[in-house]
Unconditional design. Structure first.
Length: 240
């Protein structure tokens, strides 16, 4: 069972790890793990900009994910929390891993958080509609930042500075561009230890970014390719 300290840490890390609503549950079902292989592949853009309501409806339902029992929060992406990197050059990584960190909100974004029975392992899906050309810029800026931002500190919501590490991870190319990431978050609020480890698959289709992420204390595994494919298919349907 997850300790209170880790539950608090997960909410502290909400800007990168979770939605604000995900720290306070609803009900439903959830995701799984593992898989891999690398960056970009051209495949046409979304036909039209998606609205907030369309993005919310496009989120995978919990029945498509693989946790035994769970709580989930599905809905608009809030800006209650915001993580800021101590080095401005590293901010694109925080913004890509959770759009709520961005200083300028995108036109529309929705997030689903899917929990396992003990709450320690969970998954997050975030769908974001960017303005023309901004999704590509968000991804290239984050990928460029990896070179100088393997480790940095981030602060937010009056909490102690959190040490963040990012590295590139392999995942099969999807959509117009794909980026796999692994990240760890460490804080004095977790006794100087690692609060959580996260894996991310970020796929751009036109001006929409689909982010699928797993979280665990140590090894979350990469999101399953089948889950990513199902989410991309549901997004494609919503865009018709």
């Amino acid at each position: 069972m997850r300790s209170l300290r880790l539950i608090v840490a997960a909410c502290v890390l909400a800007p990168v790890a979770l939605t604000a609503t995900a720290c306070g549950p609803n009900n439903d079902k959830s995701n799984g793990k593992s898989d891999a292989t690398a960056t970009a592949a051209p495949t046409g853009a979304a036909a039209k900009a998606l609205t907030q309501d369309q993005l919310v409806k496009a989120l995978l339902p919990v029945k498509e994910l693989q946790y035994d029992e769970h709580r989930s929060s599905l809905g608009p992406t809030k800006t209650e929390f915001r993580f800021t990197a101590d080095k401005p050059a590293c901010q694109p990584l925080l913004d890509l891993s959770d759009i709520r960190n961005a200083a300028t909100p995108p036109p529309a974004s929705a997030t689903g958080a899917y929990y396992g029975t003990n709450g320690r392992e969970y998954s997050v899906i975030q769908l974001t509609q960017f303005g023309t050309g901004q999704a590509a810029k968000a991804m290239t800026s984050a990928e460029s930042a990896l070179g100088s931002c393997a480790a940095f500190k981030a602060t937010g919501s009056g909490h102690a500075a959190t040490k963040v590490t990012f590295s590139k991870a392999a995942f099969k190319a999807k959509g117009d561009a794909t980026l796999g990431l692994m990240a760890t978050f460490s804080s004095p609020e977790c006794g100087e230890g690692v609060c959580e480890t996260r894996s991310y698959v970020v796929v751009r289709t036109g001006d929409v970014i689909t982010l699928v992420s797993n979280s665990a204390l140590k090894d979350p595994g990469m999101p399953e390719e089948g889950i990513v494919d199902k989410q991309l298919d549901k997004l494609r349907t919503a865009a018709k």
